[in-house]
Design a protein around this ligand. Structure first.
Ligand SMILES: [Ca+2]
Length: 165
């Protein structure tokens, strides 16, 4: 019966200690596994996003992101683009981390491959070899990408991986 399974008092105390330390370890684990975004950054999937409303050239914008431990936003899916454009001002244009160092070789700032099948150019864009930086902007057809001169000052969106505390 039950008596056989009862532990000696000393052992029971040790078990209690084990349980307490287990709880502490698990709490610690939960903290480690918790991922989050800094204040004012918006979470989406495994990343955090921040809208920079001060206008700057493309390289200045990238530098601003970099100073915050981030980079200009990289877009690889419609879902990502839809998430961010929902919180953008349709009257403004925002630099993203796409540029052309020359010869129409589009490059993402985080070195991820430029995949033709996951691009969201406005119709008739990109339209000019001298326009080597990309903004996301709103037109009648919806949100899409446009190549512009890199020196033009625009707002921008920074992106970083969620922080694991
Ligand atoms: Ca253009």
């Amino acid at each position: 019966g039950c008596k056989e399974k009862q532990c000696p008092e000393k052992l029971a105390k040790w078990d209690l200690l084990k349980i307490y330390s287990y709880i502490i370890v698990m709490e610690h684990y939960a903290m480690i596994k918790m991922n989050c975004c800094p204040k004012d950054w918006k979470p989406f999937s495994s990343h955090c996003y921040f809208t920079v409303s001060d206008s700057a050239s493309w390289s200045e914008s990238e530098e601003k992101c970099s100073r915050m431990g981030a980079h200009l936003m990289v877009i690889h899916s419609q879902e990502e683009q839809d998430f961010i454009t929902k919180i953008l001002d349709a009257k403004a244009a925002y630099y993203i981390g796409l540029s052309d160092p020359g010869h129409r070789q589009w490059r993402w700032v985080d070195q991820t491959p430029y995949n033709e099948s996951a691009t969201f150019w406005h119709s008739s864009e990109p339209n000019d070899n001298k326009e080597q930086c990309v903004v996301v902007s709103h037109r009648d057809s919806g949100w899409g990408w446009n190549d512009i001169l890199c020196s033009v000052t625009q707002k921008s969106v920074c992106q970083m991986k969620k922080i694991y505390l």
